[in-house]
Every structure is written in structure tokens, then in C-alpha cells.
Write a new protein. Structure first.
Length: 219
């Protein structure tokens, strides 16, 4: 088996996968495994950190942190922890247990921290608490992989792409969640970002459910 094939098949240890499945969040297992394999591949090839936009309660972050541990790099995850539009009170994905009663706003940071602690992965993940475009604007390093799973409006998805894609290493991977070509299946902002990335020199290397992995071409 070649190294490249081994990385494409990389799976987290059973206890990591169990922590992922137990965590609050939205990502199905097949998509999580595709994200994990992409993170192991990109981090191994480049030796650079992997970054997520959209921490929420840490479900997908568990996999990125474990991929970082395995490859000797670090994972970063960005979120203001106040929830996306569809997670606010009265909307489809609102979870009232995630509201901070002291301020009356969503706060997913405590749940995220408990989740990472329980998974034993705190040392492999840096949490950046803030708005994605603001963090991207002051970020100076190169990245192996950028995983876009933040706000799903055009403003936010476009801001994530424009803010973070320029930080990708040559040959780095761009992963986009909730890509639905058919509007009947879901919102279109991530799909529009996906289409734009293809026009701007990324090539698609895998499709798993709504998760798309694209490679930045060197040219
Ligand atoms: C779909 S959830 C992420 C799910 C998570 N990746 C998982 O697998 O469980 C989207 C998250 O993006 C965050 N978010 C939305 N817009 C943001 C922005 N402009 N900057 C930072 N975080 C944002 C929300 O607070 C929310 O926690």
C-alpha cells in the first residue's frame, strides 16, 4: 500500500470516533471520515496546521484535532460561539440548552470545551473565538486544509472563502460542508462558494454526502 493510499483510508481510533458520534453537532459519520482522511492527507503532505470555520460544540473539531495529533501538527477552529442564523431562538436548529441565561444569547463555547476535554484532545486544538473575517484578516500563517462550516448565508460563506482560501498552501485542501446542488435539499450559499472555487482553480477530489474536498492547484 502506498503512503497516499494509506492516507486516503486513514480512520480515527475507535474511541475518537465514539467521541465524535457522542458529540452534539450536525455531521454524519461518513462525512466525518472523509474530513478526517483529508486532514491527515493534507497535514502529512505539508506539515502545516488544519483550520475549521464553525466549531459549534466541537463534533467535527474532534476529528481535526485527532488528525493533527496523528500527523504532528495542530488544528485550529474559529467560531464566535453565538450560533448561526438558523440556530437562533425560533429557528429550525435552535437548541435552548445552549443559551447562556446570564446574557440571553447562544454560547456553545462551554459545551465545546467539555467535549474536547472528554475526548483528551485539548492539546491538539487551538480555539479562536471571534468572527471569521476578523480572525482571517490578522492570520499570517499558511494552512494545510481549510474546512468551511460556518454561517450559511452568502455573506458568511463568501467571507469564509475570501478570508481563508488565500492562506492555503499550494496543493492544500479546501473542504466545504453542506454543498447542495439541488435547492430542494438545502441552502445554496455553500454550493455557490463551491462553484466559485472550481472556477478559481480548485479541482474536486472527493464527494461524500454534502461534503466536498477540493485541491488547490499549483498553477
Ligand atoms: C453548522 S455550525 C458548525 C458545526 C460543526 N462544524 C459540527 O460539525 O458540529 C456553524 C457554526 O458557525 C458559527 N459561525 C457562523 N457565522 C460565523 C462567523 N461569521 N464567524 C465565526 N463563526 C461563525 C456559528 O456560531 C456556529 O457555531
Amino acid at each position: 500500500m502506498t503512503d497516499a493510499i494509506a492516507r486516503a483510508d486513514a480512520r480515527p481510533a475507535p474511541e475518537v470516533l465514539a467521541a465524535f458520534e457522542a458529540a452534539t453537532g450536525f455531521m454524519p459519520v461518513d462525512e466525518g471520515l472523509a474530513l478526517y482522511a483529508a486532514a491527515v492527507d493534507a497535514a502529512t503532505r505539508t506539515g502545516l496546521p488544519v483550520l475549521e470555520i464553525g466549531t459549534y460544540c466541537g463534533r467535527s473539531a474532534i476529528l481535526l484535532a485527532d488528525a493533527a495529533r496523528r500527523t504532528g501538527t495542530v488544528a485550529l477552529t474559529v467560531d464566535h460561539h453565538r450560533g448561526s442564523e438558523e440556530q437562533q431562538p425560533g429557528w429550525e436548529y435552535h437548541d435552548p440548552t445552549l443559551v447562556d441565561p446570564a446574557v440571553g444569547l447562544m454560547d456553545t463555547l462551554p459545551t465545546f470545551r467539555r467535549t474536547l476535554h472528554a475526548a483528551g484532545l485539548e492539546d491538539h486544538l487551538i480555539a479562536l473565538v471571534g468572527r471569521s473575517p476578523q480572525v482571517a484578516a490578522v492570520w499570517g500563517g499558511r494552512l494545510a486544509l481549510v474546512f468551511i462550516d460556518g454561517g450559511h448565508t452568502d455573506e458568511h460563506a463568501t467571507g469564509d472563502y475570501e478570508g481563508w482560501a488565500p492562506h492555503l498552501a499550494e496543493d492544500g485542501l479546501l473542504v466545504i460542508h453542506d454543498v447542495f446542488p439541488d435547492p430542494a435539499d438545502g441552502g445554496q450559499a455553500p454550493y455557490r462558494v463551491h462553484q466559485r472555487a472550481l472556477r478559481e482553480g480548485f479541482e474536486e477530489i472527493s464527494v461524500t454526502g454534502s461534503l466536498r474536498v477540493l485541491r488547490r492547484s499549483g498553477g
